[in-house]
Each structure stands twice: as structure tokens, then as C-alpha cells.
Design a protein around this ligand. Structure first.
Ligand code: C2O
Ligand code: CU
Length: 464
């Protein structure tokens, strides 16, 4: 017989307030703490009788458990590393304090095998985010170390059955249908468009089906967890309008007039749909032959109706362009590109070093984490960064700890003026972004094509 005391009751209701949805592993001893363990597990990626692969996952799943927290409330994660290698977790897109950013070698030491690390933070912005390994990410993310992080609006705008996460990943499978680990780290991928897979999964499954209520407004949260693939999705094909980019709600739903939409690695797009018909809806990826990655089965639920939901916008500091400091980031290198001198670890690389170090891309002539930051500014400084891509590839540039506005693309003012944490810049293109550097600490600025990041496209800046 277990006696429930008032003490227990308070503790568990506090936990419930932090953790509104199922899918959490909450330690009974420490209310409010979520336990998350990285470990190896076996799973057949195509499912059925196909050979299992040994993957790495949070809580032995792919994707890891979906974490949910209410905007402004504290998420407390007790992370344990049961992998054979060190690792760390980055909370992508969350404007959190620097010490919790999870960048091994910059904001923390990697967590050794058998080690633990406590991550606690209060996400200031509602929306769709994700978490992933940030230690040798090119390998660890490809092995499966990622999951969804949802920061809920104070008043939920969608019922749970009308709120669907679609986390996409492309795996490179061998002929037996197993994850091809022998090609991890291949120079060909690092110097070209990154590691591209040949098998697409959604929430870890091939071509899943989801039931959604007929006649109800539905939120689909698309997340690109691919190492390097730019997904092509046309929301108009399935009657969807965009309601958020990279977690940040737009003022109103937008019907795209250019399609397909390019969803770069790490980017998210939330879309709004409503189907009055019971016909199944196929969601397709269009970068090659159109491929149905998921199907929505529209079912009668006796619910539905209701007005069009409105997502409240997060409050972000508007950059003051008049008083901004401007910096230029020149992206060079890679296959079919030009590269002058490339400095790595403080010295000019020779042809020989090239192959040994696998550094083939540079930011302002430096590969991978110069000793000095790209820029250092006082807290609250308005910053404009002009990114000039002199390579033959498109890149997905990500800034840690901040969201920014895109001012111009290729010299033309950007019409959307949406907040983002990751942007695509095309070959020989330019993009000008602006933000208020209001979050103190050392922050990464890198290409989220994880092979590019590892092969040189990583720098950092400092907010003092
Ligand atoms: Cu999604 Cu540097 O990270
Ligand atoms: Cu890149």
C-alpha cells in the first residue's frame, strides 16, 4: 500500500505542469526532470524483414522522444551518455543561455561514455524546434541522434490529434537495407553536396499514415533532420499554407507563390491544412521523382468546425539597421570552387594537409573555428551579416542562440521578412541578415550541411 501524501501530490502536479504530454521519461525521484539516454539500439530502417542496423538514439529510439514544454517554463533534462563515444546535445533554434547550448568544444566539454550532463533552460519562444548531437554531428546525427522539441503556446491553438510532427531524414542504406556506415566521412561527400541518403523516413518510419480529423484545422510540423539534403515540398499541392518558419509564427497564414518550397537541413516549416473531403492526402517530396513520404487519412471524428486558429507571434528584438555593425562572411572552397589560401589550426594548409585534415571549405579564408571570433560585439549590438557564397553549392547557414531577419537575397529585398535560425544561400548567391546580438556568450555560425560544417564551414562569434 502506497500512501500518497500532500508532498507527493505537489511534486507530481508540478511535474505535470512542466510535462503536459505523454512520451516523457520522468524520474520518480526527481520531479520535473526528464531523463534522456543516448545509446545504441538495433532497428530495421525499412521495417519488415529487412536487416536491422545498429543505430544511435535517444532512449534507444529514432527519432528520440518528442519533448514538450510550455513557453517560458523550465525544461530540465538529465542526459546520460551510454554510447561508446563522447557526445553532447544541442537544442536547435532555442534562444537559451550559452552554457546550455550543447556545442562540444565551445560551450561544454563533450559528455564521455558513462557520463551525465544536466541541461536546464526556459525556451522563450513557442514553436517547432529539435535537438540533436553536436559532437561529430556529421556522424552522430547520421546514426540517428535527434528528436523533436515542441515549445507549446500558452493556450494550445490545436488539439493533440490536430498537431502532427513530420520529422524527415534520408538514410544511406546498403544493398541489404542496412545503414551504410562504411561511407561515413567520405571525402567525396565532404567536398560536394554532403552525405545524401537513398531512403527517406518520417518519424523513423517509411511512408507512415496518420489519421487526422475531417473538417478540423490541422498543424503539420515539418522538420528536416537530414545531414545535407535540401527537401523540396510544395504546400500548394496539398492545400497547405505556411504558419511558421523555424518555429517563429507568421502574422498570418501564407499561401506560397513560389514552389516548391526548399526546406534546408535543420529548417522547419509549420503548415496549416483542413480537409472537408475524406480522400487520403499524399505528402510528396520533389527533389527527385515525386515520392510520397506520408499519407494523411481523413477520418470522421465528430469534431471539427471552429474558426481558423491563430498562432501568437513570439516577441523578438527588432534589429535597428541604422545603428548596426556590418560584417562580411565569404564562403569559398569545395569541389568545382575556388579557394585561395586556407588557414586551419592557425597555419596555411598545403596540398598534403588538405587530404589529411579533410578541410576543403573556408569562411573568410579560415577553415573550422579560427582562434579569434568572426566578430565580437557588446551585448545588444545590432548586427548585419552579409554572406557571400562563392562556391558551386547551396548551403544552409545556421546561427546559434539568436533568430535573425533576412534583409536581402542576391541584392534584392526579401519579401517575407520572417524570423529564422537557418537560411539557404544558393551557389554564387548572397544573403544579408540582421539581428540584435542580445544573448551573451560564444555562438556558432555554421553550415548545417553537417559534412560542410566538419570540412571547414564553421565559425563563431562572441557577445560580451
Ligand atoms: Cu542544429 Cu550547430 O546546429
Ligand atoms: Cu554547406
Amino acid at each position: 500500500m502506497v500512501h500518497i501524501t500532500r508532498r507527493h501530490f505537489l511534486a507530481s502536479s508540478a511535474a505535470a505542469a512542466f510535462l503536459p504530454a505523454a512520451g516523457f521519461a520522468v524520474s520518480a525521484q526527481e520531479p520535473g526532470w526528464v531523463e534522456l539516454t543516448a545509446r545504441q539500439f538495433d532497428k530495421s530502417i525499412p521495417g519488415g524483414d529487412a536487416q536491422p542496423s545498429t543505430l544511435w538514439g535517444y532512449d534507444g529510439q529514432n527519432p528520440g522522444p518528442t519533448l514538450r514544454v510550455k513557453q517560458g517554463e523550465t525544461l530540465r533534462i538529465r542526459f546520460k551518455n551510454e554510447l561508446p563515444e563522447p557526445t553532447s546535445i544541442h537544442w536547435h533554434g532555442i534562444r537559451l543561455q550559452n552554457a546550455m547550448d550543447g556545442v562540444s568544444g565551445l560551450t561544454q566539454d563533450p559528455v564521455p561514455p558513462g557520463g551525465t550532463f544536466d541541461y536546464t533552460f526556459q525556451p522563450p519562444d513557442a514553436g517547432t524546434y529539435w535537438y540533436h548531437a553536436h559532437h561529430e554531428s556529421w556522424k552522430q546525427v547520421a546514426m540517428g541522434l535527434y528528436g523533436t522539441l515542441i515549445v507549446e503556446e500558452p493556450e494550445p491553438a490545436f488539439a493533440p490529434e490536430a498537431d502532427i510532427v513530420l520529422m524527415l531524414d534520408d538514410w544511406r542504406l546498403d544493398r541489404q537495407g542496412r545503414l551504410d556506415v562504411s561511407s561515413l566521412g567520405q571525402m567525396m561527400d565532404w567536398s560536394h553536396g554532403g552525405r545524401l541518403g537513398n531512403y527517406l523516413t518520417v518519424n523513423g518510419q517509411a511512408q507512415p499514415r496518420y489519421q487526422i480529423p475531417r473538417g478540423s484545422w490541422i498543424r503539420l510540423r515539418l522538420i528536416n533532420a537530414c545531414n545535407s539534403r535540401i527537401l523540396e515540398i510544395d504546400p500548394n499541392r496539398f492545400g497547405a499554407r505556411v504558419i511558421a518558419y523555424d518555429g517563429q509564427a507568421l502574422n498570418q497564414p501564407v499561401k506560397l507563390d513560389y514552389t516548391p518550397h526548399l526546406l534546408g537541413p535543420a529548417q522547419r516549416v509549420d503548415v496549416l491544412v483542413k480537409y472537408d473531403d475524406a480522400r487520403p492526402v499524399e505528402l510528396q517530396e520533389l527533389s527527385g521523382q515525386p515520392y510520397t513520404f506520408a499519407t494523411l487519412d481523413v477520418v470522421d471524428s465528430g469534431q471539427g468546425g471552429g474558426g481558423e486558429p491563430q498562432l501568437p507571434a513570439n516577441i523578438l528584438p527588432e534589429p535597428d539597421l541604422e545603428n548596426a555593425k556590418e560584417f562580411e562572411l565569404l564562403m569559398e572552397g569545395g569541389a568545382m570552387g575556388q579557394m585561395g589560401q586556407l588557414i586551419y589550426n592557425g597555419r596555411v594548409q598545403s596540398r598534403m594537409d588538405f587530404m589529411a585534415n579533410k578541410q576543403v571549405w573556408g569562411f573568410n579564408g579560415v577553415a573550422n573555428m579560427a582562434d579569434d571570433p568572426f566578430f565580437s560585439v557588446a551585448r545588444g549590438q545590432n548586427v548585419i551579416v552579409n554572406v557571400i557564397n562563392r562556391t558551386s553549392f547551396m548551403h544552409a547557414m545556421h546561427i546559434h542562440g539568436h533568430h535573425f531577419k533576412i534583409l536581402e537575397r542576391n541584392g534584392e529585398p526579401d519579401a517575407e521578412q520572417a524570423w529564422r535560425d537557418t537560411f539557404l544561400v544558393g551557389p554564387d548567391g548572397t544573403t544579408k541578415i540582421a539581428f540584435v546580438a542580445d544573448n551573451p556568450g560564444k555562438w556558432l555560425f555554421h553550415c548545417h550541411m553537417l559534412e560542410h560544417a566538419a570540412a571547414g564551414m564553421t565559425t563563431w562569434f562572441e557577445v560580451a
